[in-house]
Ligand binder design. Structure first.
Ligand code: ATP
Length: 880
């Protein structure tokens, strides 16, 4: 049977039941049922039960299960109740369930984001062009391809206009392949390799240049991409640097805990009056207590959860995170390099001024444009082109009609490096070529110009007049485009841009207004307050860029503007040295953007860079935070991006930076809280054992950790942002998580809680025994104080520096977790049966109140320390 690339096109069309007008919606729907979605199957997902089992592999939980066994044995030997065993088992189950819940929540968030960035493509159905999700494509569909698109399925090309496709993901060949409609001639009868099937395009490759029309032949797993099974399993390393660091920290802590446990075990064995099985088991339980106390089990999950909640929040604010690592980097951003058109401005162009013969200008601009106008003059297309067509319609030049008498027969598509576009039209008098583009570039290709209806040589004086016109328009922040023409008898064989775009006749200029987005001035002010440098990079004219940048306050002096041509004249070294002097880059080519990013990176700055066009992918990729445009961006650039703006808005980037800072802040709060409480528990168990006090059993610590550790830490992760997040300089990317005295704060706060618990124990011990010793009352009071201390301390941690009483906001989740923790602690010691199960006693209200009061002291003490720290910090900044 003949292969797809060998068949006659009409034969293939008939076979697929397709037409030039595409399939009908109904046909497409039916085929979707039959062939399934145009998607690659993902590697198997785990079900809940598997995830639950995975959680149980956690070393901490394994240790607890061992403790349950030990407890069961000792209790069976001594005939005691099995309550402790059940409590441990319940807690292990709950812990694993909580882990599964958190993981699923994070997974769902990421999946939802993936759906939001799902690829779309332009298909022709029922004769009309429409945008559909690529997953809904079926064999027989007709898809339009243009530069920057990802090819959504495999198919045969119906049209190919200067079409070049990058197939490196399939063939490894990095040079884009020139595609053709013609059949591939087969010399021998062997199979033609993928790279040589010039009349086909394949899923997963990307259009680098030109445009084309594709007849879909295969979708989903039947595509060439689908046949390479292992690409599906190339999952990226999705752990962020912070998660990696915390995992390492977790491992280090575990080792430390084991060492301490061994020490306690040996110490207790040596000190024990008699060494029998029951003492060994007892001592083992103490070691387990210590391990439970010390391992911050919530750490990793809290970070994952806070990150995933953060990215969900960001997606609602129009910023879709594609790589979790970007969230951390966002918080450290020093420089935001952004395009002008559409990001800082609205990308709503209107022609407001012209130069030259308007009738001819209207014809040239309208015909040499891909925007479409319908009968009643409504225009659709890319904003610059649409503005030009709209201008022509107003001038009485109707594109729809004109295209009948002057059809486009060939073209050189626009490309942002050339900054021009050319079309060829057949007329009664022969072939006419229209070229439009950046005025400085077009002017350089012109030999004549039209004056008073006559074509005259373009001398220096003429060039000066045109340049003055351009400057005047650009100084008023207008985007200026020039139009030119050339005539032929017949279409030249070689009509490549190099050949065609010279010896032109200058027609005129169109000046377009593109108002600044209204949120942008405010966002730029925020940037400056936050120590972030805004840099504008544009393909537009120097004067236009400078005028807008001045209006926005990005520059004060003209010397802060650098053009692409000037960049070409300086070395990377010079650029690196002077990079902080330039705030605007005009008339740049996409490759300049890479140089700018690299110079900033070399300076150690964390750089964000926006991109939309097909050639922007390298700079977006090399930036620390590559930002793709959701509306105007090409698939290729979006695929390279870490962050996608669904509204293309500069203000959204600043909002994302703010979120990034807040997320990091919240994670630090949760970490500080978790570690300080863990440290307090370690100190207590260690101290109580050394002092031969009645110490906490594993179930007590599990109770405490479950109620007071996990939930408050999660609640802290959801804390709303502090007022000064965008008033401080960016965090340094190599700063440790514990920077800014966090390690010291964890140590003092952990010790403080331990001291308060010790005081509470002594109080109870004196009340019961009249002296410090092995006291149940003491342990019960210590239990209450430790629980409540942690709850109160979670409120302290709402801000690491500011007083909780000045925050102004409330954290409802924290209140909920705090109140429920308080109630459950009270029930545990006030319901006699519960107290008995927990091997505690029914505390009198007086002693209970005392334990609560002692716990409460953690708030005033931390407040005082924070006040001192704030005063010291003010003094330091004042003297600096
Ligand atoms: P930014 O880089 O801020 O998005 P830009 O749209 O000016 O700005 P490019 O798309 O690279 O950047 O365009 C570069 C230049 O090419 C423009 O300034 C304009 O002079 C010219 N140009 C833009 N669009 C077209 C087009 N459709 N046809 C012809 N020339 C164009």
């Amino acid at each position: 049977m003949a292969e797809v690339y060998e068949k006659d096109l009409s034969e293939l069309q008939a076979e697929l039941g397709s037409r030039d007008t595409g399939l009908s919606e109904q046909e497409a729907g039916e085929r979707l049922q039959k062939y399934g979605k145009n998607e690659l199957e993902k590697a198997g997902k785990k079900n809940v039960f598997q995830k639950f089992l995975d959680e149980l592999k956690d070393p901490m939980l394994i240790m607890l299960l061992a403790a349950a066994v030990v407890s069961a044995v000792t209790n069976a030997v001594s005939g005691e109740s099995m309550a402790e065993v059940f409590i441990i088992l319940i807690v292990v189950g709950l812990n694993a369930a909580l882990g599964v819940f958190q993981e699923s929540k994070a997974e769902n968030a990421v999946e939802a984001l993936q759906k939001m960035t799902a690829a779309t493509c332009h298909v022709i159905r029922d004769g009309k062009q429409e945008e559909v999700p690529s997953s809904s494509l079926v064999p027989g569909d007709v898809v339009l391809l243009e530069a920057g698109d990802m090819v959504p399925a495999d198919g045969r090309l119906l049209e190919a206009e200067s079409l070049r496709i990058d197939e490196s993901s399939l063939t490894g060949e990095s040079v884009p392949v020139q595609k053709l409609v013609k059949m591939v001639k087969q010399e021998d009868s062997g199979e033609v390799s993928l790279g040589d099937r010039k009349n086909m395009a394949f899923m997963g490759s990307s259009v680098s240049y030109g445009r084309g029309k594709l007849l879909v032949t295969d979708t989903g797993m039947r595509t060439e991409m689908g046949k390479i099974a292992d690409v599906l399993n190339q999952t990226e390393d999705s752990e962020t640097p912070l998660q990696k660091k915390l995992n390492e920290l977790g491992k280090k802590l575990s080792v430390m805990v084991i060492l301490i446990c061994v020490f306690i075990f040996v110490f207790d064995m040596v000190m024990a009056p008699e060494r029998n099985l029951s003492t060994v088991l007892q001592i083992f339980m103490i070691a387990v207590s210590l391990a439970v106390a010390a391992i911050p089990e919530g750490l990793a999950t809290v970070v994952t959860l806070v990150l995933s909640l953060g990215v969900t929040r960001m997606s609602k604010a129009n910023a879709i995170v594609r790589r979790l690592t970007a969230v951390e980097a966002l918080g450290c951003t020093n420089v935001i390099c952004s395009d002008k058109t559409g990001t800082l401005t609205q990308n709503r162009m209107t022609v407001v001024r012209t130069f030259g013969d308007r009738k001819l200008l209207a014809e040239a601009m309208s015909l040499c444009s891909d925007a479409q106008a319908d009968e009643d003059g409504a225009v659709q297309g890319e904003p610059t082109e649409a503005a030009l067509v709209a201008f022509a319609e107003k001038e009485g030049f109707h594109k729809k009609q004109a295209e009948k008498t002057m059809p486009r027969i060939a073209e050189c598509p626009f490309d942002s490096s050339r900054k021009m576009m050319t079309t060829f039209h057949r007329t009664e008098k022969g072939i006419i070529q229209y070229t439009k583009g950046a005025p400085d570039v077009v002017l350089g290709r012109c030999a004549t110009w039209i004056r008073d209806g006559k074509e005259l040589p373009l001398d220096e004086e003429g060039r000066r007049i045109i340049r003055d016109q351009v400057s005047a328009m650009a100084a008023d922040a207008l985007r200026v485009l020039a139009a030119a023409k050339r005539s032929y008898k017949t279409l030249p064989e070689n009509h490549s841009p190099e050949q065609a775009e010279q010896n032109l006749c200058f027609i005129g200029l169109a000046g377009m207004m593109d108002p600044v987005r209204k949120e942008v001035p405010d966002a730029l002010r925020k940037c400056r307050e936050a120590g972030i440098r805004p840099v504008m990079i544009t393909g537009d004219h120097r004067d236009t860029a400078a005028a807008i940048a001045r209006e926005l306050g990005i520059i004060q002096e003209d010397s802060e503007v650098k053009t692409g041509a000037e960049l070409d004249r300086i070395s990377d070294e010079e650029l690196y040295r002077d990079i902080d002097k330039y705030h605007v880059y005009a008339r740049v080519k996409p490759e300049h953007k890479v140089r700018i990013v690299n110079a900033w990176k070399k300076r150690g700055a964390i750089t964000a860079m926006t991109g939309d066009g097909v050639n922007d992918a390298p700079s977006v990729k090399s930036a620390d935070i590559g930002i793709g445009m959701g509306i105007t961006g090409t698939d290729v650039t979006k695929n390279a991006a870490d962050l996608i703006l669904t509204d293309d808005n500069y203000a959204t980037i600043v909002r994302a930076v703010e979120e990034g800072r807040q997320i990091y802040d919240n994670i630090r709060k949760a970490i500080q809280f978790l570690l300080s409480t863990n440290i307090s528990e370690v100190i207590i168990v260690f101290l109580f054992t050394l002092l031969r006090f009645n110490t906490f059993r594993p179930m007590h610590l599990l109770f405490i950790n479950l109620l007071t550790d996990c939930f408050p830490a999660m609640a802290l992760g959801m804390e709303s942002e502090e007022k000064d997040v965008m008033k401080r300089p960016p965090r340094k990317s190599d700063d440790s998580v514990f920077s800014g005295g966090m390690g010291r704060d964890i140590a003092y706060q952990g010790s403080l809680v331990a001291v308060l618990v010790l005081i509470s124990y002594l109080f109870g011990s004196f009340a019961q025994l009249g002296e410090p010793g092995h006291s149940v009352t003491g342990l019960t009071m210590a239990f209450v104080t430790l629980n409540l201390c942690e709850i109160f301390h979670s409120f302290n941690m709402r801000s690491r520096i500011h007083s909780v009483f000045t925050l102004g906001s409330q954290n409802l989740t924290l209140w909920l977790s705090g109140v429920s923790g308080f109630v459950l602690t009270t029930l545990a010691v006030k319901i006699p049966a519960a107290a008995k199960v927990l091997q505690l006693e029914d505390l009198s209200w007086g002693l209970y109140g005392t334990a609560v009061l002692i716990a409460f002291l953690v708030i005033p003490v931390v407040e005082i320390v924070k006040a001192v720290q704030r005063a010291l910090r003010r003094k330091k900044t004042a003297s600096a």
